[in-house]
Ligand binder design. Structure first.
Ligand SMILES: *Cc1c(COP(=O)(O)O)cnc(C)c1O
Length: 371
């Protein structure tokens, strides 16, 4: 039964819709449209619908497999493929994605050939490298690159994009964003191109957007974490008025005993090749919950009861529960960061429980006040 199964991740769909609505309204104030990035939902149709319910009809995912699933479910939206396509997947990309982000000429050639074969025009956004050093065409190489792309049939360049704070941790400062807009203006002028979509980044662009009085040419942002977890991603702060608790991980206690706080016997490495050290707190109440590193990035969990995470193995997390009156079978809930959400959503062992309307939060079986 989904209601009580553990481990489970509880997803408050109304909070996701609320966040998406608020962000759509906020960014519209300076003429920026939102593309809802739902890759954190690992192909969840319910989460896609929650974003659509906010009136956002442009969704994006990093996996073509997920986009294929959304299309087959008949969702009323355009779909953008975020991860630059692999040569081996161009046929599905042309078939299912309305727009793809691109940075490689060979891939675009392949998209062009495939689009002609499928009798389609595939829309592409060219990604520009601005220093974060993941995907992107170097600005100085963009003119020649574009010149080549414009010769191809079957593909239409509908805009330019850039990305920050994903790989290299580079911040989209006002200076960087001005540089990007200048490049856009230059390219428009030289090529007499409209380039209707200028996609300036992701949730890391929030602070820039709030503070700047000139968004330049940017008229689109691709927002994932800020919709799903209510956070901007440069400082990791919660955006005012948004929920940061749309996701909750619920686990169950499977052993509870008073034991030493320090392992005893001859000490070597653990199952993950780590040499672990523990603080000596004497005898403590230790609880084991039924989730581990195979299911979730444990460092991204924060218990919602006053218990401490002592460590984890592939299928267990060990807690110090000394401050809580827990019993076997009680649940312990955790808040999740982006990595923990992503891993739990992806794990087939974590049940997904969708909560459609306002609902009391589940902090664990025991109320925090008795701990
Ligand atoms: C994941 C991703 C995004 C969304 O990033 P968030 O930080 O979750 O807003 C935007 N663009 C690209 C290319 C991505 O891969």
């Amino acid at each position: 039964m989904i209601e009580q199964s553990t481990p489970r991740i509880e997803i408050h769909l109304n909070k996701i819709t609320h966040n998406a609505k608020m962000l759509k309204r906020l960014f519209a104030q300076k003429g920026v449209k939102i593309t809802g990035v739902i890759k954190g939902g690992a192909g969840s149709i319910e989460i896609a619908r929650a974003v659509l319910n906010a009136g956002i009809h442009s969704l994006a995912d990093s996996r073509i497999k997920n986009i294929k699933k959304f299309k087959k479910a008949g969702l009323n939206s355009s779909f953008m493929l975020l991860r630059i396509p692999a040569l081996s997947e161009v046929s599905e990309v042309v078939q299912y994605a309305d727009i793809s982000l691109n940075s490689d000429l060979d891939v675009i050639h392949a998209l062009s050939r495939e689009a002609k074969r499928q009798n389609k025009i595939h829309k592409i956004i060219l990604m520009v490298e601005m220093g974060d050093l993941r995907e992107g065409i170097l600005p100085e190489e963009l003119p020649l690159f574009l010149q080549e792309v414009l010769k191809l049939e079957g593909v239409e360049v509908i805009g330019l994009g850039t990305n920050f704070a994903c790989f290299g941790g580079i911040v989209p400062t006002d200076k960087k964003m001005k540089e990007f807009s200048m490049l856009v203006r230059k390219i428009r002028k030289v090529f007499h191109l409209e380039l209707p979509i200028i996609s300036g980044g992701n949730s890391a662009n929030y602070n820039w957007f709030i503070r700047t009085n000139d968004v330049g040419e940017v008229n689109n942002l691709r927002l994932g974490e800020s919709i799903l977890l209510g956070k901007e991603t440069v400082d990791g702060t919660v955006i005012p008025g948004l929920y940061n608790d749309a996701f909750r991980l619920v686990t169950e206690i499977i052993e509870l005993k008073r034991k030493s706080s320090v392992p005893y016997g001859q000490s070597a490495q653990n199952a993950f090749g780590e040499k672990v050290h523990f603080k000596d707190k004497g005898m403590i109440k230790r609880g084991i919950v039924n989730i581990g590193r195979q299911d979730v990035i444990v460092s991204g969990l924060r218990p919602l009861l006053p218990v401490d995470i002592l460590g984890s193995s592939s299928d267990h997390i060990v807690l110090d529960t000394s401050k809580c009156k827990l019993k076997l079978g009680d649940t312990v809930s955790f808040s999740v960061d982006y990595g923990a959400m992503l891993s739990a959503m992806t794990s087939p062992y974590v049940v997904k429980k969708y909560i459609p309307t306002d609902h009391e939060f589940h902090y664990g079986t025991v109320q925090a006040t008795v701990c």
